[in-house]
Design a protein. Structure first.
Length: 442
């Protein structure tokens, strides 16, 4: 019955079916391309989001398996999007989309109902959708894919099946290169608030946007919260600082600005009692920030590289500080282990992760402006005290946008050449037909 309906539609309205199928094919393909790329370009951000999901479901998964899953999900989404848009694997692509939707529909429905996270992360940090908007988006995609399942095979391709393996290989290499660079170094495209070329701290807006914090102390098993206006307890009386949390601004919630990327980085003394952001982030001068969101996860092998970097910084009049997430005991243990001479301060791990990816991550500032960001391992210098090390910190960073442009240009050129080669026989037939008509008229 269904086959008969499809055949009748193709016979009676072939052009209409073709146009609608192309529109749906490009629509679904573009959604998957954007979704896959925005997550692939920042695999750390996708990994943090998946970890949040797993934590909300009380699931414990081997970390390396989660990383592999994140890489695979991003690559598969991008790959399917390219296949749909280019008409590759015309029968298989809609089936793959439906398999993904069979998993994502119940998951996004659960997320919309339970609301374990405020943003599903389906488009990374590039496009923020509410959880219910994400669910209805998936409903629409599923309906459109059902149309493709019926008619996609009957509509022409952009890349001939004989050359599709080259497109598949090139797509895989491109998206894996983007993912690996984002994981090892930094995202090639940054959608967060702390972009290169911007001030790390907006001093002019700080007065009106000053965040509020609650400080949590414990004594004899009793925990109490203190506002910034309260007199904080003396640790000599037995009170122990446990944690602090930012209080959500009521005005931001009412105005709907809670989804806007905001700069909320605050740097504290190691005990978490005093905000030293304005003092430690230089308004004038050069500065290196070593940012560590998880002290226990840092390899002791990095301590030598950090210490040599600090000596280089002192030699070249560059201020260097450590900004880490951890308790006072963890910070003291790190200082003993690393024998760090550079001053160390504390910050919330979520804020550190927003500024820079990696553990440790490096941020270089000039007059408070972000010049480059990198992981420590991506800086290809083992000993900063070697004679051939440059005295210009700008040379330690990479031009991420240039790297991304080169990758995109190369990939686009490959796809364009494949499309051109695919249509050479058709162009040849058109030319021969025109030539024969002209010859007959003469």
């Amino acid at each position: 019955m269904l086959k008969r309906v499809i055949d009748n539609a193709l016979e009676q309205r072939p052009r209409l079916v073709c146009v609608v199928t192309w529109i749906i094919r490009l629509t679904v393909g573009c959604v998957f391309i954007i979704s896959g790329f925005t997550k692939a370009v920042d695999p750390w951000g996708t990994l943090y989001k998946v970890d949040a999901y797993l934590a909300s479901m009380s699931l414990s998964v081997w970390p390396n398996l989660v990383v592999v899953g994140v890489f695979g999900l991003c690559a598969v989404e991008f790959f399917i999007g390219i296949c749909l848009a280019a008409g590759c694997l015309r029968r298989t692509s809609p089936i793959l989309v439906l398999i993904i939707m069979a998993f994502m529909l119940p998951l996004t429905l659960w997320i919309a109902i339970k609301n374990p996270v405020s943003d599903c992360g389906c488009f990374g940090d590039a496009i923020i959708l509410s959880n219910w908007a994400t669910f209805w988006k998936n409903i629409v995609l599923t309906v459109l894919t059902l149309w493709l399942l019926a008619f996609n095979k009957s509509v022409h391709w952009l890349i001939t099946p004989a050359l599709q393996w080259i497109a598949i290989l090139g797509t895989g290499l491109f998206i894996m290169a983007v993912e690996m660079f984002g994981y090892v170094a930094q995202p090639l495209l940054d959608f967060r608030a702390y972009k290169v070329g911007q001030q790390l701290v907006d001093r002019n807006d700080r007065v009106q946007d000053e965040p509020e914090y609650v400080f949590i102390y414990e004594k004899d098993g009793e925990r109490r919260e203190f506002n910034i206006s309260d007199e904080l307890p003396d640790e000599q009386d037995g009170w122990i600082f446990i944690d602090r949390r930012e209080v959500e601004s009521t005005s931001d919630t009412e105005s709907g600005n809670d989804t806007e990327p905001t700069k909320n980085l605050r740097i504290w003394t190691p005990d978490g009692r005093k905000d030293v952001t304005e003092d430690e982030i230089l308004a004038e001068g050069k500065e290196l920030l070593v940012m560590i969101p998880s002290l226990p996860a840092v390899s002791p092998a990095t301590t030598w590289k950090l210490n040599s970097l600090y000596e280089w910084a002192v030699k070249n009049d560059v201020k260097m500080i450590g900004v880490v997430a951890g308790s006072i005991d963890e910070i003291n243990d790190w200082e003993d282990l690393s024998m760090a001479s550079y001053p160390i301060f504390s910050a919330d791990d979520s804020q550190i992760k927003e500024v820079v990816r990696g553990n440790p991550g490096m941020v270089y500032l000039e007059n408070g402006e972000i010049i480059w960001k990198s992981t420590l391992t991506a800086i290809n210098i083992d000993d900063f005290l070697s004679p051939d090390t440059s005295d210009d910190a700008r040379k330690f960073g990479m031009d991420n946008l240039r790297i991304l442009r080169n990758c995109v240009y190369l990939y686009a050129m490959i796809i364009s050449v494949l499309v051109f080669l695919s249509f050479i026989p058709s162009l040849k037939n058109v030319y021969l037909s025109a030539w024969r008509k002209g010859k007959n008229h003469s």
